[in-house]
Design a protein around this ligand. Structure first.
Ligand SMILES: *Cc1c(COP(=O)(O)O)cnc(C)c1O
Length: 413
């Protein structure tokens, strides 16, 4: 037997024992969408998450959403009304952010390898480009010259420190991301001298950390580093983006981070400075609000082991299979949707329909009895799901997606 990850708060069963998401039972959600496999995103849950974060963070701290966590259009549109800015990482995401109603002045464009046409699109739109290298800075300045526009430019710093306990490190040592800390001051001076609209600093040191003390330490280091760069460059960064890295509990034994403690620590350092600060989060805001629903096609025995073979799999939800940024495969939280909250009765493995042994959704898990036609719910599917999975692998159709809100009971697709 292998333990399942923790089912996030906010999910319950209706009177018939069916999993209910945002007040809708799973059968009617599947009816609304037409079929499984299906991602359901609960926008009321996302809104509650944003509100909880705002309550925990110092007043005036900007909250930005990193679109790559979940770019589903109705979710991004709802998010545009809830947060203070978007972080995008491609021209496609830039267009999506603007179309969703986020003002270009509140969009920052990070990511290595920006094509010249992408730099031009950002400059034309008036979005801030978070520069990942000196070379990119020169290309952006040249592109702006060519367009006859003043570019909004910020510098992404590759800090000497990194976020401890982080699932994906994006700072410290040699990195494709950001400008090495020691080379930032001359670059800031160069931008100012070239007449660019200098927008500030972006310091992103890692992702998926459940170590609150490490997040606090990284934010303290980031604030101190921004002050040093300001002092040495003689240019005050109008906005310091402190990154994020807030993790969520995926696996048995994981504990949620205490955002109130992080907010309290941050309030001490950024107190009443004239500088604006932002944090940018993806998964913390949306992961728990998404559920992946997949139907059992066949119940199969092999050498005394039971396999529930589903119509979904890693082509939609790669992370749950253990193949997206994890070293050791562990079980995500899963449940039999029609018997939510029932006691576990048998040990089964839930697999997908792809012809590869990698396609596992739960290994040796204890679940209530489930049969062909029953629906399996895979939780924590709101971030890095549909668009972070190899949808074209094996030629099955893409998963359906719907966004629901408890306030407005209609599907928003
Ligand atoms: C991916 C990314 C994020 C979001 O990370 P999460 O772990 O989803 O919070 C934020 N900022 C940048 C620059 C990123 O690349």
């Amino acid at each position: 037997m292998k333990p399942l990850g923790p089912i996030p708060p906010g999910y319950g069963a209706d009177a018939a024992g069916q999993l209910s998401i945002g007040g809708h039972d799973v059968a009617s959600l599947i009816g609304m969408a037409g079929d499984t496999p299906l991602f359901v995103y609960d926008l009321a849950m996302v809104a509650a998450r944003v509100a909880a974060l705002r309550a925990a963070m110092p007043a005036g701290l900007e909250i930005h959403y990193a679109i790559k966590a979940n770019p589903f259009v109705p979710l991004v549109e709802a998010m545009a009304r809830m947060v203070d800015g978007f972080d995008v990482a491609s021209e496609g995401e830039l267009v999506r952010a603007i179309t969703a109603g986020m003002g270009a002045a509140h969009i920052s464009f990070a990511g290595p390898g920006k094509r010249t046409r992408e730099l031009e699109a950002a400059i034309r739109a008036g979005a801030t480009i978070n520069l990942e290298s000196e070379r990119e800075a020169e290309r952006a300045l040249a592109a702006a010259d060519g367009l006859g526009l003043t570019p909004r430019l910020a510098v992404r710093v590759n800090p000497e420190f990194e976020l401890r306990g982080s699932g994906m490190r994006m700072g410290g040592g040699a990195k494709p991301f950001g400008v090495d800390q020691a080379r930032v001051v001359p670059l800031v001076r160069r931008l100012v001298a070239a007449g660019a609209d200098y927008r500030g600093l972006h310091i992103f040191a890692g992702s998926q950390s459940l170590d609150g003390a490490a997040i606090i330490e990284t934010q303290a280091n980031s604030v101190a580093l921004a002050h040093r760069i300001d002092a040495e460059s003689g240019a005050r960064a109008p906005l310091v983006n402190l990154g994020g890295g807030f993790g969520i509990p995926y696996f048995a034994g994981d504990k949620a981070i205490d955002v109130t403690a992080i907010g309290a620590a941050l309030a001490d350092w950024i107190g009443d400075e004239p500088q604006r600060y932002a944090i940018e989060l993806g998964r913390w805001l949306v992961a728990e609000a998404g559920v992946y629903l997949t139907r059992i096609v066949e119940r199969k025995d092999s050498h005394g082991k039971t396999f529930l073979v589903t119509d979904g799999g890693l082509h939609h939800q790669l992370a749950a299979s253990g193949n997206f940024g994890t070293v050791v495969r562990r079980n995500y939280p899963v449940a039999v949707a029609g018997r939510f909250g029932d006691d576990a009765e048998e040990e089964v493995s839930v697999v997908g329909c792809l012809c590869t042994p990698l396609d596992r959704l739960a290994d040796d898990a204890m679940l209530p009895r489930a049969d062909e036609g029953d629906v399996i719910a895979v939780f924590l599917a709101g971030a890095y799901g549909a668009t972070a999975s190899p949808a074209a692998f094996l030629g099955h159709p893409p998963a359906r997606e719907i966004a629901i809100s408890a306030v407005n009971a209609a599907a928003l697709t």
